[in-house]
Design a protein around this ligand. Structure first.
Ligand code: 13P
Ligand code: SF4
Length: 326
């Protein structure tokens, strides 16, 4: 069966694709930002690979004229909101996010209206329209610090990820009202499959992304964002890990710790992988074509960008003050 990483250009070899992308990147003063869930060849050619917060931080300070975002739509939107004058490209415009889709802005507006007196903390995995309805944005690496920045008696709504929201409730002792959304890639991981892996691999530590369901997070030896999980595997003394998140992160883990073994919690009984179908829509060919043709481009309404920028900047300020930086 052909996998995403095996798909080859019918026109250009991998080497030719790499050469042309490198030429275009220099000619056009472009920067390629890639999320850890991208295929290895895209991670290898990117100027910077990171988690959602690191990528937003990088986008906020780049001097490039063009940002090619090898990630999903809400990430490229965030880069555009932070850089309204720059061209932001997403190699495949269909690279969406089931979690962002689980929070339609009109429904969310009604939800907020039904909870007067609440401030709104939204996970970055949401649309620009939902960001305009939020007081502050967070990512999986700064969610606790962002929530802690509010007085203890401040009533809060957390959206759209109920798993992350309920994990942060457990870490902070708060009782935030949660929007009922989730990421299908993480939410489909079952505790049964994790338990089976733990029984078969008693020496392996379980590390999990906070978008996973509560029972998995409770069993985990370590919970963190993709960047935090990677950092943990670099410094921890164990040799084997059961990894409950999207499989793309394994590439960097294996590269950093070639002597360690990483087992992905499989999405179902038919494979040993857990791929985000949206993240995996981006390919080297699409990356090359987007740089060459300078499209598909992210375009947003001016007012939406202005309103969505405020809660994103607030997140960046709080993260800086809390020293949560790349
Ligand atoms: P982080 O990049 O914050 O770990 O989040 C993972 C994710 O689901 C991105 O869509
Ligand atoms: Fe969205 Fe989940 Fe894919 Fe992340 S892994 S981009 S949250 S669908």
């Amino acid at each position: 069966m052909e996998t995403t990483t095996e798909k080859k250009s019918v026109f250009l070899s991998d080497e030719e694709l790499r050469e042309r992308i490198n030429e275009l990147r220099t000619q056009k003063n472009a920067i390629i930002l890639a999320h850890y869930y991208q295929v290895p060849e895209i991670q290898d050619i990117a100027d910077f690979v990171g988690d959602s917060l690191q990528l937003a931080q990088k986008a906020s300070e780049t001097e490039a004229d063009i940002i090619v975002f090898a990630g999903v739509h809400f990430m490229a939107e965030t880069a555009k909101i932070l850089n309204p004058a720059k061209k932001v490209l997403l190699p495949d415009l269909d690279a969406g996010c089931s979690l962002a889709d689980s929070c339609p802005p009109a429904d969310f507006k009604r939800f907020i209206e039904a909870h007067p007196g609440h401030k709104v903390v939204s996970y970055i995995n949401c649309s620009a329209a939902v960001k305009t309805l939020s007081d502050v944005i967070c990512t999986s690496s700064n969610a606790k610090a962002i929530v802690d920045s509010f007085p203890e008696d401040q009533k809060l709504i957390f959206a759209p990820d109920k798993n992350l929201g309920s994990y942060i409730n457990s870490q902070t002792g708060r009782n935030m009202v949660l929007w009922d959304g989730s990421c299908h890639v993480h939410n489909q991981l079952t505790d049964e499959r994790v338990i089976r892996l733990k029984i078969d691999n008693p020496d392996a530590k379980l590390i999990a992304h906070p978008e996973c369901r509560g029972p998995i997070l409770q069993m985990a030896d370590y919970v963190g964002s993709t960047a935090a999980l990677l950092a943990f595997t670099k410094t921890d003394s164990n040799k084997r890990y059961i990894v409950a998140t999207e499989g793309g992160i394994i590439y960097q883990m294996q590269k950093a710790s070639p002597d360690k073994e990483f087992l992905v919690v499989p999405s179902d009984e038919t494979c040993s992988c857990n791929d985000c179908p949206y993240m995996k829509l981006n390919t080297m060919e699409k990356l090359y074509l987007s740089l060459k043709n300078e499209k598909p481009e992210i375009l947003l309404d001016e007012r939406v960008m202005e309103e969505a920028k405020k809660p994103i900047l607030r997140m960046l300020e709080i993260s800086k003050a809390a020293k949560i930086i790349k």
